[in-house]
Design a protein around this ligand. Structure first.
Ligand SMILES: [Zn+2]
Length: 345
C-alpha cells in the first residue's frame, strides 16, 4: 500500500476543487468565502440554510465550518480542512479521504515522488500532474507579517561528541543522539562544552544550533541571535507525512518520545505561535498534546488543544502525573500513555 502523504494532498487539492466536484451550490461572500446550505450527511437541522462556510484561503487549501448544532454535536467540532470535509461527506477516516482525493485528482503518492527524485518527497509534483498555478502561488504568498524566515546555515559544527555521558544521563541512546545529531561540542566558541542540538526548518535545512548547558551554567539554553524559534517546529522535517504526532515542549522530550517510536515535534517552549499552529494543521490529522505535568503545562496544553481543535481533525491531551515531564519517562511508560494512538488511527 502506498504511503499517504496528507501534506502533498492538501497542497494539490483545494477545498474549492472538492466543493466543485461534489457540485455543492454555495454563494460567494466577499472575495474569499462561499456560504450556503450544509451538504454534510451529519446535518439534520431543517432550519439552518446558511450554516456552512468555506474560507478558501484559510490554512492549506481552505477551511470550512458548519455552525449548526446538529453538525457540531455529531463531529465534536465545527469544521476543518479539505481532508476533514471529504471524511465527513464520505463518512470515512481521514486516511481513506486522503486516498479518495489522491485518486479523484490524480495526486502522485509520496512513493511515486520519492522514486522519481531519489530523495525525500518534496512539494514538487511531477510533470503532467501539476497543481493549478493559483494553488502554487497561494502556497508561496504567505501574506503580510510572515516574511521573516530563519536563513539556512552555511556551516555544520564538527567535533560534536554524540556519545558523551551527558546524553546517556538524559536517557538518550547513541542511536537517538546520532539520528538527531546532538552531542557535546568540543570545538571553540560560545557553544563550547554545551550539548548542541541542530534545528532544521520544515524542508530539512539546518537553520540553527541551540546549546544546552550540561553543568548548570546559565543560560540553560543558548539560542543564536536572530533565530526565531516561533517559526519552526523541532523535528518536523523528519515526521511530516505521518498522520499522528505527539506535540511536546522540549528537545529532549521530543527525542525521548521518538526513541519510543512515536512521531513527535517540539514547540521549543510551552507556547504555540500562529506559525507553529499553521504548520501543525498543515501536516497532521491527529495531534496528541503532551506538555509537562505541572500547572503551567496543563494550562498551556488546554489552551493549545483548544486552538488546534478548530483546524486539526483530531486533538487529544495526554495528562502526565504531577511534576513529571515527558523526558523523564521510560519507553514503557510512554507506551502506556500513548499506545492507544496506534489503535485509533
Ligand atoms: Zn452542517
Amino acid at each position: 500500500m502506498d504511503w499517504v502523504n496528507f501534506d502533498e494532498i492538501k497542497k494539490a487539492v483545494s477545498l474549492q476543487m472538492v466543493i466543485e466536484r461534489y457540485g455543492i451550490p454555495l454563494r460567494r461572500v466577499g472575495s474569499d468565502a462561499l456560504r450556503g446550505k450544509c451538504p454534510l450527511p451529519t446535518h439534520n437541522s431543517k432550519t439552518s440554510t446558511e450554516s456552512f462556510t468555506a474560507t478558501l484561503s484559510k490554512g492549506v487549501g481552505g477551511a470550512w465550518a458548519c455552525q449548526s448544532q446538529s453538525c457540531i454535536k455529531t463531529r465534536g467540532r465545527m469544521g476543518g480542512n479539505v481532508l476533514d470535509f471529504v471524511a465527513a461527506m464520505e463518512r470515512c477516516s481521514v486516511r481513506d479521504a486522503a486516498i479518495r482525493l489522491q485518486s479523484w485528482f490524480l495526486v502522485p503518492t509520496a512513493g511515486q515522488l520519492s522514486r522519481q527524485s531519489g530523495k525525500e518527497p518534496v512539494a514538487e509534483i511531477s510533470a503532467g500532474k501539476e497543481p493549478k498555478p493559483e494553488l502554487i502561488s497561494k502556497e508561496n504568498g504567505n501574506g503580510a507579517g510572515e516574511s521573516e524566515t530563519n536563513k539556512p546555515l552555511s556551516f555544520t559544527l564538527q567535533k560534536v561528541d554524540c556519545s558523551h555521558p551527558y546524553l546517556k544521563a538524559r536517557g538518550l541512546t547513541d542511536e537517538t543522539a546520532q539520528r538527531f545529531g546532538v552531542g557535546v561540542f568540543q570545538g571553540k566558541g560560545s557553544m563550547h562544552g554545551r550539548c548542541v542540538i541542530p534545528i532544521h526548518n520544515g524542508v530539512g535545512e539546518l537553520v540553527a544550533y541551540v546549546g544546552r548547558a550540561i553543568d548548570g551554567t546559565e543560560p540553560r539554553y543558548k539560542f543564536p541571535a536572530g533565530f526565531h524559534k516561533s517559526l519552526e517546529l523541532f523535528n518536523l522535517h523528519r515526521v511530516k507525512g505521518e498522520l499522528s504526532v505527539v506535540l511536546v515542549e522540549g528537545f529532549v522530550d521530543c527525542m525521548k518520545v521518538t526513541q519510543a517510536k512515536f512521531p513527535s515535534v517540539a514547540l521549543m517552549g510551552s507556547t504555540m505561535s500562529k506559525t507553529q499552529e499553521d504548520l501543525l494543521a498543515e501536516h497532521f490529522g491527529h495531534i496528541v498534546v503532551m506538555l509537562d505535568g505541572d500547572e503551567a503545562g496543563r494550562e498551556a496544553a488546554e489552551e493549545i488543544a483548544d486552538r488546534l481543535q478548530s483546524c486539526v481533525y483530531q486533538v487529544h491531551v495526554a495528562v502526565l502525573p504531577d511534576n513529571v515531564q515527558p523526558d523523564q519517562l521510560e519507553n514503557d511508560e510512554l507506551h502506556r500513555l500513548l499506545d492507544w494512538i496506534r489503535v485509533t488511527q
